[in-house]
Design a protein around this ligand. Structure first.
Ligand code: ZN
Ligand code: ZN
Length: 179
């Protein structure tokens, strides 16, 4: 089973291939950069953020349904995301629909007044992207702070995660038919 990656056209296109390749490596699954027209909804003017649930609604109700997508779909965007009762989220998954979103907004060094680094952004997007796809493949959160499925509250916690699943999470991943 492969992974579809839909890249927000408004976000650095040069990062799409390295992120896609790293996610494929982490999950040991093929990834494919796909292009579908998608109208992004859920912008909240007061918060200057997007409601992640509304983005998933749109992915589920138009993209997945209209194009009959069977495999997990990850949307990568730079729009800052929130969910109810949460100031922000790095990403969100809806396993019942096979769709997930990850945001680069708080993954870039510039957001924290640190020196910009594409490699840092690529690593973080891949870790969080693989984390959300992990949910789509049936995994829950992990207490191992170095595991991809650990839920980081901060950028530093995210950076502390390794670019790998712990043995238990790795074993829980469904076997890819492509292997
Ligand atoms: Zn999670
Ligand atoms: Zn784990």
């Amino acid at each position: 089973m492969g992974i579809n990656i839909l890249w927000d056209q408004q976000y650095s296109p040069g990062l799409s291939l390295p992120v896609s390749r790293l996610i494929a490596m982490l999950l040991e699954r093929d990834t494919e950069l796909v292009e579908y027209p998608v109208l992004i909804e859920g912008y909240d003017r007061e918060r200057d953020q997007h409601d992640a649930q509304k983005i998933l609604d749109r992915l589920q109700n138009t993209v997945v349904r209209r194009y009959g997508i069977q495999e997990p779909l990850l949307f990568v965007t730079a729009r800052d995301l929130f969910v109810q009762n949460c100031d922000f989220v790095f990403g969100l998954a809806r396993p019942s629909a096979g769709v997930a979103v990850v945001s680069a907004a708080r993954l870039e060094n510039g957001y924290y007044n640190r020196t910009q680094s594409d490699q840092d952004t690529i690593d973080r997007l891949a870790k969080e992207g693989a984390h959300e796809i992990g949910h789509l493949l049936g995994l829950g959160h992990c207490s191992d702070t170095e595991c991809i499925m650990y839920r980081p509250a901060t950028l530093d916690e995210l950076d502390r995660k390794k670019k790998q699943f712990c043995p238990a999470c790795r074993a829980a991943l469904p076997v890819s038919s492509g292997q």
